[in-house]
Design a protein around this ligand. Structure first.
Ligand code: ADP
Length: 163
């Protein structure tokens, strides 16, 4: 039987408890989960793609069927080489819907054999975003419970070096 591989693409700048929750839930139902860190030349990020990758790995050390990769380009192209069948995305509030629907349909057009799976954010994490977390961090707010411990340390270090 072919291995069922799910790819969870995103910026993960940085990984939050919302992302961690989605990854764990998907890892429980697929043979392998590949978290795909988007290397984008257009989007300004706080952490480099390599730093984001390491933070994801350190946030989920116990997850044996997790792989983290960096990719610049179309997710569907990566999927073909990785022999993955499912794209996973998280859905928080209604505002996520339009963006996710457009992207899922675009991917369907590019690669009809690939399906997008939208997973609802857990109620305790639905309000968490990487952007919100960075805003809290930059203004000295408490980060506990929003991101994994390793990310708290990394954010503090980043901000310390900025000032
Ligand atoms: P992107 O820039 O591609 O949207 P993100 O890193 O912001 O990348 O998010 C990656 C995916 O994770 C998106 O599908 C997003 O909706 C989802 N996501 C982000 N935060 C949460 C959360 N708190 N709970 C569930 N899903 C989330």
């Amino acid at each position: 039987m072919t291995k069922k591989i799910a790819v969870y693409p995103g910026s993960f700048d940085p990984i939050t408890m919302g992302h961690v929750d989605i990854i764990k839930r998907i890892a429980a139902v697929y043979d392998e989960v590949i978290v795909l860190v988007a290397q984008s030349s257009q989007k300004q990020s706080m952490f480099s793609a390599e730093e984001r990758k390491v933070l994801i790995e350190k946030s989920l050390p116990e997850l044996k069927n997790l792989k983290v990769d960096i990719f610049e380009g179309l997710t569907v192209e990566y999927m073909k080489t990785a022999k993955a069948q499912i794209i996973v995305r998280g859905l928080r509030a209604v505002v996520d819907f339009e963006y996710e629907m457009t992207m899922a349909n675009m991917n369907k057009k590019l690669a009809p054999e690939i399906e997008t799976l939208l997973v609802f954010a857990s109620p305790e994490y639905y309000y968490i975003s990487s952007r919100g977390v960075k805003e809290v961090a930059l203004n000295g707010g408490a980060l506990k419970g929003l991101v994994p411990e390793v990310v708290i340390e990394a954010l503090e270090k980043k901000i310390e070096h900025r000032t």
